[in-house]
Write a protein that binds this ligand. Sequence first.
Ligand SMILES: [Ca+2]
Ligand SMILES: [Ca+2]
Length: 215
Amino acid sequence: MFSVLSGFLYLQLSSLVLGYVRAQEPTDEVKIEVLYLPEDCPQKTKKGDMVNAHYDGFLAKDGAKFYCSRADDKGHPKWFVLGVGQVIKGLDIGMIGMCQGEKRKVTIPPSLGFGKQGKDNVPPDATLIFEIELYTIARGPRSMEAFHDIDLDNDRNLSRDEIRAYMKREFEKGGKPREQSFYDVIVSDVFQKNDHNRDGIISAKEYNVYDHDEL
Ligand SMILES: [Ca+2]
Ligand SMILES: [Ca+2]
């Protein structure tokens, strides 16, 4: 009887706590709590997706808020590519498998946050808590299927125009067309980070740099 009951409780709990994702050491875990899960979830975030989210960061020890994406960029939610180091590691891990509209509370150990150094308002060795609301998932620029979609002339190289056109198509698909300057910023950023030999094109090799770096 007892074991049936505890099994039942365990199921209840596990529906609240989605899971612990392991990093190198058992203490280096990102704890994920799902605060809100939409009924309709046709797509879940995976590494390499372009995601759009708001997140607030708090220090675990006293609850002080050290970051709020709503205070940045005129309150627009942040766009970034998930799982490739554009945000701290703990967020890259803690935002995998998320539905559009889902809200999560993610607890991040210092080793997957700002480490021994800390940063700005984050003191050294701080455990961080993020409250995240995910708005949009777009197929990121890192999948090989996307590469073929971007490479309109099929020469296995991506030009600025091809990347800009792709971004535009993706954002318009999501019903959120943006100004020209918005795409300019993304395209420059993409080239800054990925065009390693600075020849003005992104080769298949430069594009695919994260493929062997699974979390
Ligand atoms: Ca091309
Ligand atoms: Ca290049």
